[in-house]
Design a protein around this ligand. Structure first.
Ligand code: NAD
Ligand code: MG
Length: 344
């Protein structure tokens, strides 16, 4: 059966990679785009709409048409890929779930800002939430048909970002350019900054807590600079199941769209792109430094606290990242800004 996809945030990093995945799946006739939105890049949105044969009523420029964004999210019987950045994506997630749609969720801020509410509305409407974030896709795949009570803990992997191994002193002089230059992934500006501060891992910790119904102390963060193991799950018998692949977001995006099927992907069409353990030789792991990367500590605290704390943390982080991107504050001031703003 052909799946109908509504893609919110089509012009971004996840959005454009989703379109690549859909083009690649076209031959299998398994997916079709029926709606898309972008916030400001109207030219690219029009071009994408032309390419995928969408009429005007199925595209939305969300900066001008917020109501239409929610209407698209609520179109009947579809998978809504939420690739919007920031807590601005929360309302779309809720609208999609209320309509009983499956949400393929890249927008982690939805769960950080509205965790319990999002999960409750999904349950009430019998709507599925499929993770697109690579770590959460990995965890979801590792859990598979295992029983929830058999999970001992989640091992959430992190690349460590561009400043892995830096001291507090060294972080004081890093530039915006260095911050936006991630070693393993090419992503939007906001998540690139979050990856450098490790707030991204903090947000993912909270995302995992709600998605998989586990307390904060059952989610470990492990630095794994090669980004080959996308996360792992330890079970009560001591067995650990991990999911591996080369780092490529098109894989978790595709699996969210084709689930429960697996189909050939952009990785399988190119022998060089597939994972070769012998070429890799070794994988390494380290503990994160919560003192140097204090954003991760702040997120853990908010996760432990629960209630409104994750939403407030996320709000403060969005403000701080925006100030950093506008060169109003420096890298170390991001954590300071968040600390101050969640205090008040
Ligand atoms: P991006 O900045 O490249 O793209 C964001 C998209 O959202 C654009 O299409 C933009 O038009 C739209 N948008 C921006 N502000 C909006 C608003 N206020 N309302 C509605 N739409 C808006 O971001 P990205 O890197 O593609 O990330 C998108 C989401 O996916 C984020 O939540 C991010 O954390 C998550 N994610 C991204 C990656 C990645 O590799 N890029 C990996 C995992 C998770
Ligand atoms: Mg991730």
């Amino acid at each position: 059966m052909q799946k109908r996809i509504v893609l919110l945030g089509s012009t971004g990093s996840i959005g454009t990679q989703t379109l690549e995945v859909v083009l690649n799946l076209r031959e299998s006739h398994s997916v079709e785009i029926i709606g898309m939105s972008a916030h400001s890049n109207v030219e690219l949105l029009r071009k994408q709409a032309d390419e995928f044969g969408l009429p005007q009523e199925r595209i939305c420029l969300s900066s001008k048409e917020p109501d239409k964004l929610l209407e698209l999210a609520a179109l009947p019987n579809c998978i809504v890929v939420n690739a919007i950045v920031g807590s601005a994506g929360l309302e779309s997630t809720l609208a999609a779930l209320k309509a009983g749609n499956t949400v393929a969720l890249a927008n982690k801020e939805s769960l950080v800002a509205g965790g319990e509410r999002v999960m409750q509305i999904a349950r009430d409407n019998n709507a599925k939430l499929i993770p697109v974030d690579s770590e959460h896709s990995a965890i979801w795949q590792c859990i598979g048909e295992n029983r929830h009570k058999d999970i001992a803990k989640i091992i959430l992997t992190a690349s460590g970002g561009p400043f892995f191994g830096y001291s507090k002193e060294q972080l004081k002089t890093v530039t915006k350019e260095q911050t936006l230059n991630h070693p393993n992934w090419s992503m939007g500006a906001k998540i690139s900054v979050d990856s450098a501060t490790l707030m991204n891992k903090g947000l993912e910790l909270i995302e995992a807590m709600y998605l998989f119904g586990l307390p904060e102390d059952k989610i470990d963060v492990v630095i794994h600079p090669q980004s080959i193991i996308h996360s792992a799950v330890e079970f009560v018998d001591g067995s650990v199941i991990a999911q591996m692949s080369v780092p490529d977001m098109r894989l978790p995006i595709q699996y969210a769209l084709t689930y429960p099927e697996r189909l050939p992907s952009p990785l399988t069409q190119n022998e060089h792109k597939k994972l070769s353990l012998t070429e890799l030789g070794s994988l390494t792991f380290a503990k994160p430094d919560y003192k140097v990367f204090s954003c991760l500590a702040l997120a853990r605290e908010a996760a432990r606290h629960g209630g409104d704390a994750p939403r407030r943390l996320n709000q403060a982080n969005e403000e701080a990242v925006e100030l950093f991107l506008k060169s109003k504050i420096n890298f170390c001031e991001i954590a300071e800004y968040i600390t101050e703003s969640i205090k008040s």
